[in-house]
Design a protein around this ligand. Structure first.
Ligand code: GDP
Ligand code: MG
Length: 314
């Protein structure tokens, strides 16, 4: 290989100064507690899609926060729950893999609602980890002071461990500086793992697909969302516009009907909203063409899962 080639493919990763700290922080918790919102807020850009519908995040996604003295790589995991089908099992397996492959674990709970069995289930999964754990009480903005007993109910769950407890709002940003400092404290000295200006390890194409899926989740509140896989089939870049061709795969033709809507109205709404988001992502003009395909039982097929980009991690 010549130097010429290297110049094009290798991003610049600086040598870390003395005392630089870095490492991987696994964000884990039940679905809908605000893990993806938190990661977006911490890295300062929307890289993980969020929604009021549980089970929005499917793949493991990394968000990178670089400061002068540290680099934290957040690993957003899909919410942990009892699995029902192949996709569900992959999601839980990946979450478990994340627990053991990171340096610090940030267990996020929704402190605006009482703790429950789902929280205990996750704490049990963490019982044997040697990694430091921090308990994050999210959604502090939704709490009024009379709800303090809720914090206590989470504190009681982890009484036998010495985990620090930090309260914050991923939505407003309140308390996140303290969270960030505590996380850095727990990290060991280490190198830059990624170039300082990178905010995610995912290629743009993947995020484009996720932005489309996000609009489907938000606009169709039916059986459809969990059966949807978006595949970006083609991206054509020209100086003035980027053309994106994406397939929306569903499992049944009834779902195809819902996504297309009356005279194509739903598909149009999805396309318009997703196009706006993608334009923000790439900071340029976008033409977005969406196709809807029926792919029966793709969630049960390992082959299809792999094709649609869901990795099973060891
Ligand atoms: P995840 O499933 O844990 O990744 O949760 P998401 O990040 O997708 O968030 C689920 C829902 O909770 C979304 O509607 C978010 O807007 C909302 N949410 C997340 N964090 C906060 C917060 O700090 N305060 C409030 N009020 N809502 C939040
Ligand atoms: Mg999520």
């Amino acid at each position: 290989m010549t130097d010429d080639i290297n110049q094009f493919v290798l991003p610049i990763i600086p040598i870390a100064p003395d005392g630089f700290k870095s490492g991987f922080v696994g964000i884990i918790g039940r679905p809908n507690v605000g893990k993806s919102t938190l990661m977006n807020q911490l890295v300062g850009q929307k890289i993980a899609i969020t929604s009021p519908v549980a089970q929005t995040t499917r793949n493991r996604l990394r968000g990178i926060l670089t400061t002068e003295k540290s680099q934290i790589i957040f690993v957003d995991t899909p919410g942990i729950h009892k699995p029902h089908h192949t996709l569900g099992k992959i999601i839980v397996k990946n979450a478990q893999a994340a627990i053991n492959s990171v340096d610090v674990i940030l267990l996020v709970v929704d402190s605006s609602v009482p703790s429950g069995g789902g929280d205990r289930y996750i704490i049990e999964l963490l019982e044997n980890t040697k990694n430091p754990v921090i308990l994050g009480l999210n959604k502090s903005d939704q709490q009024s002071s009379e709800y303090q007993p809720l914090d206590e109910s989470y504190g009681n769950l982890i009484k036998e461990y010495n985990w620090p407890i930090i309260k914050f709002s991923a939505l407003t940003g309140e308390g996140l500086e303290t969270l960030q400092n505590t996380l850095i404290e727990k990290l060991d000295p280490g190198p830059y793992y990624y170039p300082p200006d990178l905010v995610t390890d995912q290629p743009e194409r993947f995020i484009m697909g996720e932005l489309i899926r996000e609009q489907i989740l938000q606009l169709t509140r039916q059986e459809v969302p969990h059966s949807v896989a978006v595949v970006i089939e083609q991206v054509e870049e020209t100086p003035n516009i980027t053309r994106v061709f994406a397939a929306i795969n569903v499992e049944r033709s009834s779902q195809k009907g819902i996504i297309i809507g009356q005279q194509g109205s739903m598909l149009k709404a999805i396309g318009t909203a997703a196009r706006e988001q993608i334009q923000k992502l790439i900071a340029g003009e976008v033409y977005l063409k969406l196709f809807v395909k029926v792919e029966p039982k793709w969630r049960q097929s390992n082959l299809r899962l792999a094709e649609f980009g869901y990795r099973l991690e060891k």
